[in-house]
Design a protein around this ligand. Structure first.
Ligand SMILES: [Zn+2]
Length: 265
């Protein structure tokens, strides 16, 4: 892409702020029926940001450029989503209502079908790097789809993509787990569903453990093998999927323990 073209794309992303979607473009179908009172639409070069009129316009523009970048990363691995869709309500309560979730406390964003819903207060408090990580994480859930896979694989894959281009050293991104390893308490088992319960005391470590399991797999077998493993695990179960890589849950766990110590000690 030429400098001129990329500048024009950046300008378009920055300037296409249309209140109510009325200034020149029809309201996209994704923006209809979310809430009363219209929408504030920002078009990124590939993403579509649909904000509540009460949402911070600066946040919407920031989201457009970050969703473009995160969407490019996710599409490199999954071939989708073609147009990341990010919905930005004005309050945490509306985010929960949109998601049909009981509570979204502690979440900065969540994947909901083919869209990402931003929890405005929590998202705004993230660092710039953190915003990119969260968007790529949630867009990975959108692209990879749900299904019966172990939580460590689902969340680990999302964090693998989330941190892939973030440029953070592993011991920084996994600071809580690194502290445990250095204190002589490395993890023994891949984190189970209970470890990911909201409000858990080792919730950060559970995500970091899952991330490192998937980072190990991607490093050893390649990113596409990790993506295939996820799809395969959805269809046939994780044990059958791992066996195509010559692994079992037990041998993966042993390799992961060693990897965690090496990366974080
Ligand atoms: Zn997740």
């Amino acid at each position: 892409m030429s400098v001129q073209v990329s500048r024009r794309a950046a300008l378009a992303a920055g300037l296409a702020l249309l209140a109510g979607g009325s200034a020149g473009r029809a309201t996209p179908p994704e923006a209809r029926g979310l809430w009363e009172g219209g929408t504030r639409i920002v078009y990124g070069s590939r993403s579509l940001i649909v904000g509540h009129p009460g949402a911070d316009p600066g946040l919407l523009r920031d989201l457009a450029s970050r969703a473009d970048a995160a969407g490019r990363t996710v599409a490199e691995l999954f071939g989708r989503p073609p147009r990341p869709l990010v919905v930005v309500p004005d309050t945490t309560a509306r985010a929960a209502a949109l998601a049909g979730a009981g509570a979204v406390d502690g979440l900065a964003a969540l994947a909901d079908g083919d869209r990402v819903i931003v929890v405005p207060g929590a998202f705004s408090r993230l660092t710039p790097a953190g915003r990119g990580v969260v968007l790529a994480h949630e867009l990975t859930h959108v692209a990879a789809g749900g299904g019966e896979v172990p939580v460590w694989l689902r969340e680990g894959l999302a964090d693998y993509v989330g941190y892939r281009d973030a440029g953070l050293p592993v011991p920084v991104a996994a600071a809580e787990l690194a502290a445990e390893v250095r204190a002589g308490s490395p993890p023994r088992d891949l984190p189970g569903p209970a470890a990911f319960a909201p409000g858990g005391v080792r919730l950060a470590q559970a995500y970091q453990e899952a991330w490192l399991a998937c980072r190990l797999l991607a490093g050893r077998f390649g990113e596409q093998a990790l993506v295939r493993l996820y799809g395969d695990a959805r269809e046939r179960g994780v044990s059958a999927a791992l066996s195509t890589l010559g692994l079992s849950v037990a041998t993966l766990t042993a390799a992961w323990r060693e990897y965690v110590r090496r990366e974080l000690a």
